[in-house]
Design a protein around this ligand. Structure first.
Ligand code: FES
Ligand code: FE2
Length: 401
């Protein structure tokens, strides 16, 4: 599909309608998405507790890219492109490890933890290693959460950090630890997965487990009074009651979006678990369960649920035009011990069942969209945020044209 045709689709898009089929299937549009959105936005790679020691690393991968996230000799976090500077082979092949150096297995070029080339055999006397290194990406740290950006001159991550500083403080996520991380491959275009995440119109019918305790499933349940009561308790428990939203279009710069909002849990639920009862020790400096929970967003495709006793971080990335990854990280207090302070199955139960249900919904959505009879349909009031995402997305196509 050529540019003019894509632009025509953008121009004729009806407000508050889902997108035409091409946006979920066309390879040229998919290329746009990767290059103009994913290579220019702040993307969640993982948590620093996954690389506690010098030389610890793991890979962050999407589309055709692979990045080595490594703890450097200076105890910093580096993001190195996993592409050898000799003839381009992948350097690290496992999903994680601990190394003093990175040696490419093709011809043995060896790099240090900053990506600098240190050894290359038989390259001749005049060969100068000094200017050769694995490409470094920009890294942004937000309370222990590692974000990377492929752009040469990305939006300053400080905008996000400053915007969310007060809101995140009490959770002490810098001292949290990954209790579990899991990837859910979804046979759909990445946008269908984000559209699904950004609305709770489907929550009541599709997620009975989630809807038992979360008021987002029923807008009418979020009365002013209940919200006010929870906010008042939040303050007492050391949690922020300050909602901030700089999202999709109102973000301070492209790809540096952020959002934070606290809302009530229902039916005496204290956290996001099967029975609403605590599943781990209180996070950070939080003093008690206040009966509320927090939605947070950083960058365009990373979302979080912050409960008083654990956090769940979602990241959506494209693997191909009809293939996406939903990566989930469960965080608990850094000193919490599995088996003693928390049970992994109880901790992960709610968002595992919910995500499996979402995976099925999103895949069926893609199957329907693939039909020659699909045509865009109108969005409900409960899909307003999905429309905010879609309008931002369409705008990104216009700006790139
Ligand atoms: S491609 Fe890596 S050493 Fe040759
Ligand atoms: Fe869902």
């Amino acid at each position: 599909m050529d540019k003019a045709e894509i632009l025509r689709l953008v121009e004729t898009q009806q407000k508050r309608y889902s997108l035409p089929q091409a946006f979920y299937r066309d390879p040229d549009i998919y290329r746009h998405d990767v290059e103009e959105i994913f290579l220019k936005s702040w993307l969640y790679a993982g948590h620093q507790s996954e690389i506690p020691n010098v030389g610890d690393w793991f890979l962050f991968e999407f589309d055709e890219e692979s990045v080595i996230i490594v703890r450097s000799a200076q105890n910093e976090v580096n993001a190195l492109l996993n592409v050898c500077r000799h003839r381009g082979s992948r350097v690290c092949l496992e999903s994680s490890g601990c190394s003093k150096r990175f040696t490419c297995r093709y011809h043995g070029w060896t790099y240090d933890l900053a990506g600098q080339l240190r050894a290359a055999a038989h390259m001749g006397e005049s060969f100068d290693k000094s200017g050769i290194s694995l490409m470094n990406l920009h890294v942004g740290l937000l309370d222990g959460m590692i974000f990377v950006n492929f752009a040469e001159d990305p939006a300053p991550f400080s905008l996000v950090r400053e915007g969310l500083a007060d809101c995140l403080e009490a959770y002490g996520l810098k001292n949290a630890r990954v209790a579990h991380r899991q990837s859910y491959p979804i046979a759909s275009n990445w946008k269908l997965a984000v559209e699904n995440y950004t609305e709770c119109y489907h929550c009541a019918p599709a997620h009975p487990e989630y809807s038992r305790g979360h008021s987002l499933a029923y807008p009418e349940a979020r009365s002013q009074q209940i919200s006010r009561e929870v906010m008042a308790r939040a303050g007492v428990c050391g949690l922020s009651d300050k909602a901030v939203s700089q999202m999709y279009g109102s973000a301070p710069a492209f790809g540096a979006d952020y959002f934070f909002e606290r809302y009530p849990l229902l039916r005496n639920h204290l956290t996001g678990s099967e029975d609403g009862q605590p599943v781990a020790p209180l996070l950070g400096s939080i003093r008690d369960f206040d009966g509320g929970t927090t939605d947070v967003q950083v960058g365009p495709v990373t979302f979080g649920l912050l409960y008083c006793d654990h956090a769940v971080i979602y990241r959506f990335t494209p693997l191909g035009v009809n293939s996406a990854d939903c990566d989930i990280t469960w965080l608990v207090r850094g000193d919490a011990e599995e088996g003693k302070d928390y049970d992994k199955d109880r901790l992960t139960w709610l968002w595992d069942v919910t995500t499996q249900a979402d995976k099925a919904i999103i895949e069926r959505n893609q199957q329907g969209v693939n039909s020659r009879y699909y045509s865009p349909g109108p969005l409900s009031e409960m899909e307003e945020f999905t429309w905010t995402f879609l309008s931002w997305y369409l705008q990104s196509i216009k700006s790139a044209a």
